[in-house]
Design a protein around this ligand. Sequence first.
Ligand code: PMP
Length: 397
Amino acid sequence: MFESVSAAPPDAILGLTDAYKADPNPDKINLGVGVYQDASGKTPVLGTVREAASRLAKDLASKSYLPITGSAEYGEAVQKLMFGVEDEIVRSRRAVTAHTPGGTGALRVTADFLKQNFEDATVWLSQPTWANHPAVFAAAGVPTKIYSYFDKAANGLAFDKMIADLKKIPSGDVVLLHGCCHNPTGIDPTPEQWKQIAETLRSMGAMPLIDFAYQGFGEGIQEDAAGLQAFCRPGEELIVCSSFSKNFGLYRERVGAATFVTADQDSALRVGSQVKRAIRSNYSNPPSHGAELVVTILTDHKLRQQWDGEVAEMRDRINGMRKLLVEKLAEHGAPGDHSFIQQQRGMFSFSGLTPEQVERLKHDYAIYIVGSGRINVAGITPQNVDRLAHSITDVLK
Ligand code: PMP
């Protein structure tokens, strides 16, 4: 049977990492996959994670199965982090959180849940969006459509077009929004725009689905939840898919969560039972270690404070590199205005480089960037920024 299987195309972003690894050039630069790197180009294990891991190694009582939706403690910690410790959603127990393998797992569980309970729902995705979004929903058999998001000419948010598109969405459909640090553009709505987006979805009867993969990488841990909180009105529903891959540096541990905010506790119980059904036939129950690390850090006052500092350090380093890249491009005489790079938020910058320029950077300069022109700013270091700016200037001229 295997004789007849044709080769699948390599994953565009992960395939780029393979090409980078195979490149013998000692000055090669990897700005592809969205992984944080420090100034020395390493993806560090956070100090809080080391401390939590050593506590767990001493104190962990069992490796037996977790419940299907993970531990209740984890669900509570995740909700408090998103909504605030004293928030009505947390207190009323009208939300149900499932611990999932990464943000991708959260999206897939959500997709399966939608397919099983809302057969006719379409999920609307921003244009552009994370490349895996359409693939995850397609794999679950959930149809997707797109709404306007990026204004190429202005290098900003096409807000009026976005609202006009959202106003065409039928009641009962689902609208996926990036909670902060939009991937790939780095462009987020302002607080006022978030309010208008929430109003629009409310008036259309559409369900907000917030993909929240970069909390803390934009303005701050609390500040970055402001967009999502625009949807949190008493009795109103939303779904949040969280990832702790980036802000805890727990990429390979696969820590995420799917949170379904329902109208009341009764609905939460029923929705929770359907979420369990979706998980049971998928991976049965989640892996525990990463979530235990997250709970240990979030529920210990000292570790929680230390983690705030670690997230701030990652955020500040990325923003520092944005500033330096803009300065270096000007220094090298790169044509055009690149100040937009400094306005974008999070790990990524939509550089405006064309696929041909991206190809030249790879071929002639050993600089690896995704074909869309998305740059992982966290791959820039004080050591490589000058060569990077020089090379970009060359291909732009
Ligand atoms: N959503 C977005 C927007 C992302 O960028 C990512 C990670 N690249 C994810 C979800 C999934 O994260 P995880 O690695 O935790 O599955």
